[in-house]
Design a protein around this ligand. Sequence first.
Ligand code: SAM
Ligand code: FES
Length: 354
Amino acid sequence: MSKLNEYLNRIYASSLPELKDLEQVLSLSSPEELNELFSFADSVRKEFCGDGIILRGIIEFSNFCFRQCFYCGLNKNNRKLERYRMNKDELFKAVEYLVSSKIKTVVLQSGEDEGLDVLWLRDVILEIKSRFDIAITLSLGERSADDYGVWKQAGADRYLLKIETSDEDLYSSLHPQMEFIQRLNCLDVLRKLGYQVGSGNLIGLPGQTLEMIAQDIIFFKRGDFDMIGIGPFIPHQNTQFAGQRKGDLKLTLKTIALTRIVTKNAHIPATTALGSLDKDYRMEGLKCGANVLMPNFTPQPFRKLYEIYPQKRCVNEPVGACNFCIDSMAKSLERFVDYSKADSLKERRVNSNV
Ligand code: SAM
Ligand code: FES
């Protein structure tokens, strides 16, 4: 057994891995060792999640945001961005299109939009649930427990709220006027309300160390999240972090692989950001532990205005171009596209209320 194999088996077998072991694996660089790590993670993915590539269709229905996150192109200080909020007709049309593409989960995402009325979204959720047999994931940032409750009651199934980094000091340095503890509270409230809860981080944030990323993986394990999104940070020209280096591909893949080995059956996407580096690396993500893709169903002209970071994948693709692309990825990996709702694989799993 190689030294690396020993580390990987120890991490796999442990109920809470040692920070040092994770850090050690995150620092690997030789192609042979990376191959060994990725194929170990791929076999854990196969053991716990099977060969299905799950689809989550995303609709980015508003790019208004009152936050000032230093890394994000939607932050309120980016005055160059034209803002939009889709109306109900536009939204339902996009959902209809997603359903006609056989997809069974819609992710409704927006910036932290103060103009998003809680009852407006409740009605949208009620109508989607009455018209279509699909699961709804919300990804709208921090809201009150009451708002989360109203949307759960209306039928929302899942909520995605990334922690971005589990290091409190780094978190504060990126998010003016936001509190780490508040993020944790939101995750806690969402779980208590019965949402399937997703979190995740960004790789390559200015000031981030390998130890912090190892700590993120332990945070994911402790939180027993249903979904975990891991993507490279990509600098945006109209943010505080313009000109910073983008997140490293290999480090992102290593983090995905370790997160798979540690969390076993969490749903992990090959993120759009991974597809938006110098080329599309989502296949690499799928080969080292990821089991989800998130095709974009935001209609034009809105899609190109949801510019979290530049050169976002599929931004000029006609809606629907993704089906072909995803089928061919699945084929070449000898896997299949899973068109089910694909609820959480965790034991305390909460089924979608349909
Ligand atoms: N407002 C919601 C929230 O805060 O959770 C959802 C929208 S937010 C734009 C979605 C995700 O985009 C964030 O969780 C973050 O990880 C990612 N993101 C933002 N800026 C990014 C960048 N420059 N590079 C890569 N990902 C970025
Ligand atoms: Fe959109 Fe391939 S996933 S074109």
